[in-house]
Write a protein that binds this ligand. Structure first.
Ligand code: ADE
Ligand code: ZN
Length: 322
């Protein structure tokens, strides 16, 4: 990698940073049986047809994450890799329901992540925020339960809520109540929309949930009125190019809409999503845009500046990065 441009990463699932080597180590330490004998064998399984085929493996492999130490090591390993690729600020997603449903207490997850995030500025030169995501393919009542269980960490460790998992058939509108409660609690609001799902889901994320950023949003390009709205309000889109190729949301990197999105005046940022599974961390995504799409140094610097503009930072914090 060339000298990495300083950037913020705004779309990153901490569970998606679980590298095969760490997964096997944790499986051994925790006595969890996995159907893979080596890291290479596990890596060979990272061949996805769509979002669901990825999610099946992603949720399955979470079985190895059991203790506070596991979550701390997972997050610390991500922060080290991200820092090496120029990430100075990371807004990190996690999926509480995916852990509590397996019998791992929320307090265990929070203690482990909290330890790694607290150490990150001194250890890696990275500031962080933590965003809890609701699984949209679970009932809205489960999201409400997860939300209420997380209240003790609101405003301290947890600064926002998001919506992820299988998109098609699970429109944002079903989660209005939990987003209303999150807004009332002073949390920041984001949601995945327009990754595999239609532009209508992006409209719902904006108008029903009231999100401040849209995660992915690439299918917005199919609706000129939606593009106009996103440009007018400068709603940030956290785009993940390598993820979109690996999950076959686009056929090839050369077909990725990102250059058209920038040309339309959208506030686009570049992120890694689930870097262990999709072939690269934040800087690798920037490199792919340069090498595969021919983006110029100036365009890459604009994308990096956008990431700080779109981050949930105070004006004083932002000024220190821009
Ligand atoms: N959970 C982890 N990665 C995701 C993605 N790309 N889309 C939806 N949910 C996810
Ligand atoms: Zn995502």
């Amino acid at each position: 990698m060339s000298d990495p441009v300083p950037k913020a990463e705004l779309h990153l699932h901490i569970e998606g940073t679980l590298e095969p080597e760490l997964a096997l180590d944790l499986a051994g330490r925790n006595g969890v049986a996995l159907p893979y004998r080596s890291a290479d064998e596990l890596r060979a399984a990272y061949d996805f047809q769509d979002l669901q085929s990825f999610l099946d493996l992603y949720y399955g492999l979470m079985a190895v994450l059991r203790t506070e130490r596991d979550f701390a090591e997972l997050a610390d390993a991500y922060l080290a890799r991200a820092a090496a690729q120029g990430v100075r600020h990371a807004e990190i997603f996690f999926d509480p329901q995916a852990h509590t449903a397996r019998g791992v207490p929320l307090a265990t997850v929070m203690a482990g992540l909290g330890e790694a995030l607290a150490a990150a500025p001194a250890r890696h030169g990275v500031t962080t925020r933590l965003i809890m995501c609701f699984l949209r393919d679970e009932p809205a009542a489960s999201a409400l339960e997860a939300f209420e269980a997380a209240r003790p960490w609101f405003g301290t460790l947890i600064t926002g809520v998001g919506l992820d998992s299988a998109e098609v058939g699970h429109p944002p509108a079903g989660f209005r109540e939990v987003y209303d409660r999150a807004r009332a609690a002073g949390l920041r609001l984001v949601a995945h929309a327009g990754e595999e799902g239609p532009p209508e889901y992006v409209w719902q994320a904006l108008d029903v949930l009231g999100v401040e950023r849209v995660d992915h949003g690439i299918r917005s390009m199919e609706d000129p009125r939606l593009v106009e709205r996103l440009v007018r309000d400068q709603v940030p889109l956290t785009v993940c190019p390598l993820s979109n190729v690996r999950l076959r949301c686009v056929d090839r990197l050369a077909d990725h809409p990102l250059p058209r999105m920038m040309a339309a005046g959208l506030l686009v940022t570049v992120n890694s999503d689930d870097p262990s599974y999709f072939g690269g961390y934040a800087g690798d995504n920037f490199d792919a845009l340069r090498d595969g799409l021919g983006l110029t140094g100036e365009e890459l610097r604009l994308l990096a500046a956008n990431s700080f503009r779109a981050a949930f930072l105070s004006d004083a914090e932002r000024a220190a990065y821009l």
